[in-house]
Write a protein that binds this ligand. Structure first.
Ligand code: PLP
Length: 400
């Protein structure tokens, strides 16, 4: 008889956004007149850049002509034109990444989840708490031991390594979802040193790197000395260029990153990953890769900057409101997320219900991202300007 993967039964039943949708639906059915403003889900709202639209159309035309038609891409790792564009982008801010270390994918979520395939089940996984749920879920699905590094008010929601804790694989995300906190170069160096010392691997999620506005803050772990020996980086054009519906991201595994196998041989993680991808992934569509390439041109960079600045201004509107109200928060400056402490000592879901029923504003309860998220709440800057302003006016009118 068939046996299921029982690890799934140990996971939380209700995914965070399903519960939010359930509560919002129930509220709007009971109050059909309510004008609800959604600041919960982290999807973008601005259209993709005109250069990307043009590139996709041109690529579609090429596919419709025998002479320029393309079928499977040979390696499935991405066309050279895009891998080179990504490497050039990294080099533009001082991160040492080469084109053949980049693999193109259909967004960071897939690789964040699939990367577990190349690591043994006996590894101890360290995840900062709160965290983007994919890291925890995909390790629990494969039955791994997960331990947590606390991000909290004391450390500004930027957990640091604890030398007394042994971890084999470490997930870091900066700028962070959900907390909006960003590691400094010194802080990331401490994580790199911790990993190199133990022979651990850091999986670094840089999905929000484009929101870093302060020059001194790192956008990539490969700006940190030693990272090429211990880190894998995942990034995405979803939030950078509005590609949540287009689907394109990239993973970087440096050639120096090797791990000792049980027979004593040094194994390249890039080669293991290529082997895994060769069996399970056939690459990203040609028009999408051409659209992504267009984003990395000077014109593309200028066009996406306009959208990112729009979201940044929204973030400023939210954070100024919280400043005015004297509410503690992280994020908002180098991140599209604002992570606030629920006023009046309220719990995350209690505050969610109050905000929904009294201000008709939807946010995301911090408790959905881990134990340290309890008592905190995430708002996103990805919405419309006028709606963001309106939401903040309603927020200010709340009594706690
Ligand atoms: N990593 C983080 C931290 C995210 O917040 C998200 C999406 O919200 C992703 C990765 C995945 O993005 P995508 O699969 O759209 O590239």
């Amino acid at each position: 008889m068939v046996k299921i993967n029982e690890n799934f039964l140990k996971m939380q039943k209700n995914y965070l956004f399903i519960e939010i949708a359930k509560r919002v639906t129930a509220f709007s059915q009971a109050h059909p007149e309510a004008d609800i403003i959604r600041m919960g889900i982290g999807d973008v709202t601005m259209p993709i850049a005109p250069v990307a639209v043009e590139a996709m159309k041109k690529a579609a035309d090429e596919l419709g002509v025998k002479e320029t038609f393309r079928g499977y891409e040979d390696s499935g790792a991405g066309y050279d034109f895009l891998r080179e564009a990504v490497a050039g982008y990294y080099q533009s801010f001082g991160a040492d990444v080469k084109a053949d270390e980049v693999r193109i994918n259909d967004g960071a979520k897939s690789d964040c989840g699939n990367i577990v395939d190349i690591f043994g089940d006996g590894n101890t996984i360290l995840i900062t708490d709160p965290a983007y749920p994919v890291y925890v879920d995909t390790n629990l699905m494969s039955g791994r031991k997960v331990i947590y590094a606390d991000s909290n008010e004391q450390n500004g929601f930027a957990a640091m390594p604890d030398e007394s804790v042994d971890a084999d694989i470490i997930y870091l995300c900066s700028p962070n979802n959900p907390t909006g906190s960003v590691y400094t170069k010194d802080q990331l160096k401490a994580w790199v040193d911790y990993a190199v010392k133990r022979g651990s691997v850091i999986i670094f999620d840089a999905a929000y790197e484009a929101f870093v506005s302060e020059e001194d803050l790192p956008r990539s772990i490969f700006q940190i000395e030693g990272a090429r020996k211990c880190a894998i980086e995942m990034c995405s054009l979803s939030k950078t260029a509005g590609f949540t519906g287009v689907r394109c991201g990239y993973t970087v595994i440096p050639s120096e990153l090797t791990v000792k196998a049980s027979d004593g041989s040094e194994v390249s993680l890039a080669q293991l990953w290529n082997r895994r991808e060769g069996s399970k992934f056939n690459g990203v569509s040609y028009p999408v890769q051409r659209a992504a390439e267009a984003i990395f041109t000077p014109e593309g960079q200028e066009q996406i900057r306009v959208n990112i600045d729009y979201y940044r201004e929204n973030a400023k509107i939210i954070s100024s409101t919280l400043d005015e109200m004297g509410i503690y928060y992280t994020g908002g400056k180098n991140s599209p997320y604002i992570w606030l402490k629920c006023p009046g000592g309220m719990g995350s879901w209690e505050f969610f219900d109050k905000l929904l029923s009294e201000a008709n504003v939807v946010g995301t309860p911090g408790a959905g991202f881990g134990k340290n998220g309890e008592g905190f709440f995430r708002l996103t800057a990805f919405g419309d300007r006028e709606r963001t302003k309106e939401a903040m006016e309603r927020f200010k009118a709340l009594k706690f």
